[in-house]
Design a protein around this ligand. Structure first.
Ligand code: ADP
Ligand code: MG
Length: 253
């Protein structure tokens, strides 16, 4: 597992009788971009939510920098809240719907997790937040409230919030799906620049051209399983699985 920043081993997740993830094994090495594609309902969001412990997996193992996450098994798996806090402080998550605080400026939104989760002193948190906002091209919008920003700018602020904590891994769940088409490119370009500067990422997207461009590995999920995983050239140009071939040919147009 050396060099692997985040990994899942035979991960399952059930809601009652419904088994949503059926034994997922996946890893992202330092600096790698792993992209999850697949139809709606195939389990992509659930996998990301398990990776950052927003959901507790039903069985299987998770590793951060090769270290297993400690699960207590009583009636199903349980993770201690101190473990969750420590673990989640190492991960940056970006959702489809930005999730910015409406009553805080962009700067305050980005600084908040630094202050409240990582106990960074306020002055230093503000400096780090400014740096993060500059990296996503929002250096001149720090004092703006979300309502004063476009959707693309709001999502870039959310990305700044995720990178400000200097996470070991960035997780993105359809970061451009809620955006007007003309705002998609600016957000993808920020994500690409982070990938190029060595960020480790697990990304869910329906932007197939972007996935091909930015990914080291692409995993095609079908009904809670990884049906096929490989470099983008394999998945998009020469998939081995018929289902994967059908999916990529449908979404490519
Ligand atoms: P995707 O992100 O690929 O569209 P999801 O991970 O959101 O897929 O969902 C996978 C399946 O899990 C769906 O059938 C969905 O209805 C089900 N599911 C997701 N979250 C829950 C939940 N909290 N309770 C019950 N079922 C859920
Ligand atoms: Mg989803």
């Amino acid at each position: 597992m050396s060099g692997v920043q985040i990994a899942a081993d035979n991960l399952t997740k059930s809601y009652g009788q419904l088994e949503v993830l059926k034994g997922i094994s996946l890893g992202a090495r330092k600096g790698e971009v792993v992209t999850l594609i697949g139809s709606s309902g195939s389990g992509k969001s659930t996998l990301l939510r398990c990776l950052n412990l927003l959901e507790t997996p039903t069985s299987g193992r998770l590793f951060l920098e090769g270290q297993p996450i400690e699960f207590r098994t009583t009636n199903g798996m349980v993770v201690e809240s101190s473990t969750v806090r420590r673990y989640r402080a190492s991960l940056g998550m970006v959702f489809q719907s930005f999730n910015l605080w409406r009553h805080m400026t962009a700067l305050e939104n980005v600084a908040a997790p630094l202050i409240h989760v990582l106990n960074v002193p306020r002055g230093e948190a503000a400096d780090r937040a400014e740096t993060a906002l500059a990296r996503v091209g929002l250096g001149d919008r720090a004092g703006h409230y979300p309502s004063q920003l476009s959707g693309g700018q709001q999502q870039r602020a959310a990305i700044a919030r995720a990178i400000a904590i200097e996470p070991k891994v960035l997780l993105f769940d359809e970061p451009t799906s809620a955006l007007d088409p003309e705002l998609v490119a600016e957000v993808l370009s920020v994500i690409k620049s982070l990938a190029e500067t060595g960020a480790t990422m697990v990304l869910v997207t329906h932007e197939m051209r972007f996935a091909r461009d930015v990914s080291d590995q692409v995993a095609f999920l079908n009904a809670g399983k990884i049906e096929e995983i490989g470099p983008p050239e394999q998945i998009f140009d020469a998939p081995k699985s018929e289902r994967c071939a059908k999916f990529v040919s449908t979404v490519a147009h």
